[in-house]
Design a protein around this ligand. Sequence first.
Ligand code: ZN
Length: 306
Amino acid sequence: MRLCALSVDLDEIPNYFAIHGLDTAASGGRGLSAVYDVAVGRLLDLAEEERVPLTLFAIGSDLERPENRETLRGAHLRGHEIANHTLDHRYDLVRLGRDAIAAQIAGGVDAVRAAVGEAPVGFRAPGYTITDEVFDLLQEMGVRYDSSVFPCPAYWALKATAIGFYSARGRPTRSIVDTPNVLRAPTRPYFVGRPYWRRGTGMLELPIQVTPKLRLQFIGTTVTMAGPTGARRLAKMCVGEQLVNLELHGIDVLDERDGLEALAPHQIDVRVARERKLAAIRAVVAALREEGYDFVTMREAAGKFV
Ligand SMILES: [Zn+2]
């Protein structure tokens, strides 16, 4: 079995201001809805040209905006899967307490259902941070698969360092750091146990992709920063995996010219030309396709691991 699922978290631009501890006023009102207004269209064009289905993880509160609902409905009608990325994308989701966590999950489900006419079956937590409590709630609510676990040592260390850096400069970031135990989690699809980083008989987890052995992160940021040649090399490192679960973000197909000038000094990937980023994503698709990979939605992938 050789499957590849391309998923895209539709984190809207204000989330990036929050990560860097910046006020959205710095944008001058530009680019704040560039993910729904620009990135989704680019991704759907790419998906159509490459003949790959996407799985879009939507944040429920973004769907209060009628244009965003329309955009998402369009993607759904073109056969892409729409999944749940919580109601408000609270980076501190796991610290909110059981009732508020349940409301965040259910609110995301309701918003997606209202927008596209079908309830989502998949879930991804904000910032890759998840706990047994969240897994319990997902299971109670009948969620079919989760894709939040990111067992990547380099990413974990980078995030911990960044959070320390921001707080030292008096710019508290909204990010929170996960337990290092997540690094003990399987790197391939598994049924979660208790604690969730052990195997068990709980719900299906489709971990965010890392390369086998070295466990380098294989996500949108690394792909787009690597450029087409580097991205192709990273993709080839994953050949042999039953599922390559490549997680992108809407911002991965945007650049400074999309109204993101205020973010560019803080976020290096925004400075990479979108043409180069799109070429890098296409290079991954080509590299895996020539190795016999089939492109599927996350829901379809989950169906193979029952
Ligand atoms: Zn997100």
